[in-house]
Design a protein around this ligand. Sequence first.
Ligand code: B12
Length: 489
Amino acid sequence: MKILFIIKDVEYIDPMGIMLLSALAKERGHTTDLAVLSEGNLEEKIRTSRPDIAAFSAKTGEHKYYIAANDVVKSIDKNIRTVIGGPHPTFFPDIIIKHPFDALCLGEGDDAWGELLDAFEKNEDPSNIPNIITRDTFTEDVRQKMRPRRRALDDLPFLDRELVYSRTRLGKFPMRSFMIGRGCPYKCTYCFNHKYNVLYKGKGPLHSRMSVERIISELKLLKDTYPTQFIKFYDDIFVFKDDEWLTEFAERFPREIGLPFHCLMRANLLTEPILVNLKKAGLSSISMSIESGNDRVRNEILKRNMSKETMIEAFALCKKYNIPTFSNTIFAIPSSTLADDIESLDLNLACHVTFGEFPLFFPYPKTELAEYAIEHKYFDGDFDKLHMSYQSTSPLTCFSKEEKLLQRNLSLLSTLCLFMPSLRNLIVKRLIKLPLTGPYFVIYFLVKAYTVKTKIYPMKFSFMDTLRGIYESFVLERFKHTEEILKNE
Ligand code: B12
């Protein structure tokens, strides 16, 4: 069969979900193709590609583009089977009741996807396949549909990067994304992981990862096939402890791959031996989230369970080893105030964070904090209204229009403040009050482009590629920071 993956757009991170699903489909002898909605030629693509199946992988916010694209597919040929999976439908399976998708995948799709393709090929009813639901078998209690978590990650095929690299600018972009494992045992209330763990309760370990051998074989092939200067490991937490796996990784990765990399860590897990091993392996920069500088908000509302001191020490350790840091901090959290957001900026300053982003809290389906926001009537539960990016305006009703302007301005200017800490008082006392969000966005963009390129993901580009990159990332960032107007609204 021919499968057409439909994605909204490409950013600078590889869409690993569809790359994996494409590889799995090819293993079964199917062919795959890609349509990118931002190119604006979906109808033509469907008519020329003539797929048997159209597949969508959806996060909350982008899901609405896929609902609209599904309508286009069905209007052209209702016999094309359409399937949707990913975090949004996993936690909002009702989407299959409201919209004409033929199947929906809950949670991991590695095995369910293959079985679904077999059923479609044989014209069989896929309803009984674990992790798959159809309109006829929709149930509120999706837990009973779940198969155990996949532990054997080494058996998964290498990502089909060609699907995306041959058709988009990612082919030439020399930073490649990779995930070595799955799962996170922490209970942060804004993140999908704690609910994923409830969905999979009793169905396998909370975290699994690939062997070093498996990682190195895939990255070797990747490096030999595509221009590659830098690896971004995108696991929520790259290492949990200083163990044999890490020793082997630190010894083999520089020898057999020899590329600088970035990974994500949790401050309370970062010890000196772990950092020394990561640096030996080629660590070039690291992400560690601060999320909130206020103890109540961080530990009671977000359930981060981490002290300020722990974070300051972890960032100081990175400074000691000369590793630039990237931090994420959430502003406009339910029950918080602007003073809390300023306290968060101050903790970033105390940590001497190299580059930071300060998105606004967005409720994601079924997460504890989204339920809290709905319960307190700060959010009406209509996820279709959400902007695709949490860097736009707070969707909560508990903040006034004036407060939202201050939050946005502080969010943009905090990135500048980390770059020039002496501006802190001017920003906090004066600049955030001015109606200059447009110019602040331009400043944010310039600081981000410079710091990310020189410190966080240092790579070499030709003059023309640098210009093109600046233009393309400006367009992407502008979209993330502005209110979107859907054509069909
Ligand atoms: C990499 C990543 C990104 C990349 C995405 C690149 C891309 N185009 O895919 C970037 C940085 C751009 C990104 C952006 C955002 N992200 Co993000 N991201 C991730 C991350 C870390 C890994 C996703 C991944 O590639 N996993 C590896 C692949 C193999 O797994 P997978 O995609 O989940 O796919 C598996 C299953 O889900 C399933 N499946 C998925 N799709 C489909 C489709 C079909 C047809 C089938 C059958 C099965 C199936 O099968 C796959 C194999 O098992 C996850 C966290 C995580 N640990 O998963 C967050 C995560 C997906 N992101 C999240 C969010 C919130 C965002 C943003 C909204 C944040 C923002 N900046 O505003 C944006 C949204 C942008 C957008 N395009 O919509 C949330 C989503 C929550 C939700 N309810 O949707 C997550 C879960 C993080 C979290 N902690 O909660 N993200």
